[in-house]
Design a protein around this ligand. Sequence first.
Ligand code: FAD
Ligand code: FES
Length: 276
Amino acid sequence: MTNAAASWSMPRPLRVARVRRETADAATLDLTPGSRFAFTPGQFNMLYMFGLGEVAISMSGDPAQEDRIVHTVRAVGAVSSALSRLRRGGVVGVRGPYGSGWPVSEAEGSDIIIIAGGLGLAPLRPAIYRVLARRQHYGRVVLLYGARGPSDIIYRRELEAWRRRLDVDIEVTVDHAGADWRGNVGVVPALIPRCSFDPEHTVALVCGPEIMMRFTIAALRDRALPAQQIYVSMERHMKCAVGLCGRCQFGLHFVCRAGPVFRFDRIAPVFGIREI
Ligand SMILES: Cc1cc2nc3c(=O)[nH]c(=O)nc-3n(C[C@H](O)[C@H](O)[C@H](O)COP(=O)(O)OP(=O)(O)OC[C@H]3O[C@@H](n4cnc5c(N)ncnc54)[C@H](O)[C@@H]3O)c2cc1C
Ligand code: FES
């Protein structure tokens, strides 16, 4: 074992040390890297199910804990379904870390508003850990999270723990709920008009389905938040993850190299064009 943090350009087989079911179709996997693994919140790995295929999955764990790699995976197709069915002791190929990260250090001194939709909370969770670890370096910290229904909420216990803190404003909303839900009902952008932040000194981090991000950005712009203070994480199909194959092209950018986290003003001309 060396002191340098690991980074792998070829898939390295790692064992699953722990699995937590988040929802009916999503699970969080803790992998043991065997040496220090450092990453920037917002970055991703390529996870390889041997003989099946490889997919991009964000790190969702605490960047301060370099003895494990944490990923939250939702089953949408063959590879992600196989990943989400892994059990303790299972093996997955890992290469990474890749891509750009959230500007968590740059945002010190400002208010920070973190807005997540569905599984979009996974790539933001490392940023939340980092912000909370250095809480005194930020102004107001706001977390807005929206899920389809109460059973789609991930990281429930942590959300409850964060909610108990007096130094973080948390709002959780669901699109649809039964009579036993006591929280907000509605889409996450609808929470923005009533939340308190200083637009001149606020950085917004946004991740979720593109439609959610589009309405979220419009609501932030209505609150006079400049486009250069808004960051979004983009998803595109990926193959090489190192800027060679062109599979993840998004306007002038390759999402795997220039992204997945982009400052919004840099992609505003192409953001929201469905064909891109
Ligand atoms: C940078 C990045 C980070 C990601 N982080 C996570 C994460 O933390 N957790 C997680 O569960 N998923 C994450 N994803 C999405 C994940 O990579 C895809 O769900 C996965 O590739 C699906 O592969 P599959 O073989 O299971 O399904 P496929 O058979 O390839 O696809 C199933 C369905 O999902 C659609 N789809 C697949 N991949 C994408 C994509 N990238 N963008 C839009 N639609 C897609 C397909 O069009 C199809 O309709 C991330 C993607 C990127 C690019
Ligand atoms: S995945 Fe190959 S260029 Fe981005």
